[in-house]
Structures are given as C-alpha cells and as structure tokens.
Unconditional design. Structure first.
Length: 453
C-alpha cells in the first residue's frame, strides 16, 4: 500500500520501503493480502468483520472523545489531556476496541492491572503482549509529552512496598519492557490513545521506534479494497498480529524479521547499482579520452578514477535528496529560472530525447548542467529564502536576487546543432582527465538540517 498519513512509521520501526511498497513479494503488502485471504475464506467472526459491523459506533465514540476539556489533568505545558467526565467513556471504548480487534474473544489468557492488560497463550506463563490504556490524544506528539499523565489511570507496576505509581505512557512502556522480579518482560505493546493506536516492540522502543495508526481517519476514509488502508491498519493492530499462538509465535515478530531481510536485499541491490554506475562513469571517461586521441590512463590511475567516479555519483545522489527536501533550502526550488534551466526534472526529461547527430552525442550539456548544480549547492545559490514563523525555510516565500541571474533559464541545448545535446555525464575536452578535474569545488559548509540547528 502506498504511504498513508494515517499510518506513521516513526524512526524506521519497520523499513519504510518494505511497509509502503505495493509489490506482492517480500513486502508488508504481501502479508496484508495473505491475511485478507484468510479473513475472506472463513465463515467465523474476524477482526475485519467485527470492525465492519462496529464501524459507525466506533467513529461516533471516537469523535466524542475530543470536546473542549474543562476539567481533568494537564501536562507540564499546561495543556488539558482529558476531561475527567470522559474517562469512563474512554474505558468503555477501549473495551469495545479490544473485542473488535480479537483480544476479548477467549483466545488468550489475560491479566489486568489498572490501565495495563497482559496477554498470553493459554497454558503459557509468559505474557509477550501488553495493551496500555492511554488518554485520548489528537496527535502522537501529545502522547509523549515529558512528565505528562498520559495513562488513562495511574499504574502500580508491582505490589512491592514503596513502588512509585506510573502516570505516563513512556514510563509504563519502559517498565513493561524490562524484567521485574519473576515477571518476564513484554515483547510487544499496543497503546490505545483515542483515535491513535501505537504498536511498538521492546528493543525498538528503547530507540524511539514505533508505528502509529490513526484509526479514526482510517475508519472515516473506509478504504475497504483488498490490501487497502483498512486491511493494512487491521494487520498492524489486531490480535492475529500481536497475540501469541499456541506455539508462542507472533506475526509481528516474523514481519520485523522479514523487513530486516528485505532491507538487506535492498542494500545489496543498491551496492550493485553503485558498482554499475561507477563503471559507466569511469568507462565514459576512458572512451572519451580515446575519441579525443589522448593516451590511455596508466594502470596506477585506475583506482583514483574509480574513486572520483564514486564521488561524482554521490554528488548526483545528494542532488536528488536536495530536490526532494525543499524545506532545507539547499537549492532554489521556487525559482522559475531554476525549474526551467537546471532542475533534475528538466535534466531527466532531456535524457529521454534520442540523440541523432555526432555533435549532440558528444555534447556536454548534461555534464555542464550538473556542474552548475554542484556549484549552487557548494557555493550558495544567491536566492533569498524567507523563513516561516517556525524558523523553517519556505520555498513559497522565496524571492530571486541578481546573483542567480537569468543564465539558468537560457543555458540549454546546443542551438547550433538543432539537437538536444544532453551527453551522458561526459567531460568536455579540456576536462577529459575525469570527473575529479571539474567537480572538485571548494569544501564550503552546506546549510544544516533544521533538526540539527
């Protein structure tokens, strides 16, 4: 399934490409489709059939959790977290949700302590799943306000004298994921927080990694097609995914392992792609030298050529990242001169044009354009970038200055040939020694990422 704002993967809880890919092999989508087939094949109640039957009631109940609060507890920033009068309604909604998701059907042995519910397979003493009742929050960030009482009710982790009550979700999860006395730690946790439902795992929680599901948005959109948003959300949070079976196996455990294997496979593909790209760039330099009648590079220059080809490739990759991140303000993405002149989109379109003349095939327009882009990043683009009140660059507020000039809009195809002289990362005759000779710009500081500021 394509990326959805109702399904938020935080800090790579699961590999992003694995989770959002529509491919039907070795992806999360494949596992969702497999689960949907199981749901469709049975005549018994499933989490999907129960969710369909309770759809309207759940939407109404969730919408009723967010009136303007007039009483109750507030976080350390003074914001109201929940109205005291709503707590019984919240608890009732969570009870219905646990039943809809398959946790209250008698399939599991469970124990409850305040807002914490522990689940195990029958006949097994280990409780690998914990469900935590939290206050309804409008956003994931509100759930993790430091020091805020985000648990629906305070929780006492054990009965030992002097044990301190836990009042926040963060503290509760940290306590659940460590062994206490004779109580084994939980492996997975599901947090019910109004419209938001959180899935996390013991090791990943320590790294701030989790998955957030905006169930209210999912229900409101009601995308019920096979493998769609409803199916994907249910596969993230229902008992079939988080509860242990008779053998102790957990669907999410296998899924995270599958995600890790997928990531290794993607990394291998990337390594092969980098190797092939280096060969293409280096061979192009060698071939161009031969066409220009220059002597072959000596053997001791093979490694430097490969290194400089890799450097050239990395700069192209950084260009792609810079264009995909307009909030960084690295490139003048709001400038019409840039869009029409040197943008990656324009260069990508030029590459598709078939070159028919010798002059166009030996041209260096693509190489020269990339060189301009590298200099714009390294030395600054001279495009005045305004910032929003929050301090982040806003391309919509950009204004051009004389430093950018109109050359970016006019520097284009070789007009004398009548062809689009794109070239293929080729160097011009005076630069035939290789990519390093023209690309070694001064090492100037690139604007920092806003999060690092």
């Amino acid at each position: 399934m394509a990326s959805s704002d109702a399904l938020r993967v935080v800090e790579d809880f699961v590999a992003e490409h694995y989770f959002t890919s529509d491919a039907t092999n070795e992806t999360f989508h494949k596992r969702v489709i497999e689960r949907r087939k199981v749901w469709d094949a049975t005549s018994e109640d499933t989490s999907r059939s129960r969710l369909t039957a309770a759809h309207g009631d759940l939407l109404t109940a969730m919408a009723g959790l967010y009136p303007d609060a007039t009483s109750g507890e507030a976080g350390n920033n003074g914001r109201q977290l929940v109205d005291d009068d709503l707590r019984p309604k919240v608890a009732d909604l969570y009870g219905r949700l646990r039943h809809v998701l398959g946790f209250g059907t008698g399939e599991f042995h469970h124990e409850t302590s305040g807002p914490v519910h522990r689940y195990a397979a029958h006949g097994v003493n280990e409780f690998p799943l914990a469900i935590v009742d939290a206050v309804p929050v409008p956003s994931l960030e509100d759930l993790f306000i430091k020091g805020a009482p985000t648990l629906l009710t305070p929780w006492l982790p054990d009965d030992e004298p002097g044990t301190k009550q836990v009042r926040s979700v963060s503290e509760a999860l940290s306590a659940l994921f460590v062994e206490r006395d004779a109580t084994p730690p939980a492996e997975f946790a599901l947090v019910l927080a109004g419209r938001w439902i959180i899935v996390t795992e013991a090791a990943r929680w320590q790294q701030g990694r989790y998955l957030g599901v905006d169930l209210q948005t999912v229900l409101d959109r009601n995308e019920t097609k096979r493998g769609g948003e409803v199916d994907t959300a249910l596969c993230c949070i229902d008992a079939g995914s988080l509860g242990p079976d008779e053998a102790g196996a957990i669907w999410w455990r296998d899924t995270l392992d599958d995600s890790a294997r997928h990531t290794v496979g993607v990394s291998a593909d990337l390594r092969e792609g980098v190797r092939t790209s280096i060969e293409i760039i280096a061979n192009d330099v060698v071939n161009r030298r031969r066409k220009l009648g220059l002597p072959p590079l000596p053997d001791n220059q093979a490694q430097p050529l490969a290194k400089q080809s890799l450097r050239f490739l990395y700069r192209i990759l950084f260009l792609l990242y810079a264009e995909a991140s307009p909030q960084l303000g690295i490139l003048p993405l709001g400038a019409p001169e840039y869009e029409a002149g040197y943008s990656i989109d324009r260069l990508r379109d030029l590459i598709q044009v078939k070159l028919t003349s010798t002059k166009s095939r030996q041209g260096t327009h693509l190489y020269d354009s990339l060189g301009v882009l590298f200099r714009l990043i390294d030395q600054g683009h001279g495009y005045a970038t305004r910032v929003t009140d929050s301090g982040f660059p806003d391309p919509a507020l950009d204004e051009p200055t004389d430093e950018l000039g109109s050359g970016a809009a006019t520097h284009g195809p070789d007009e004398t040939s009548g062809e689009t002289a794109t070239g293929r990362a080729e160097s011009s005759p005076e630069h035939a020694r290789g990519p390093a000779s023209t690309m070694d710009c001064p090492r100037q500081a690139v604007p920092p990422h806003p999060r690092a500021a």
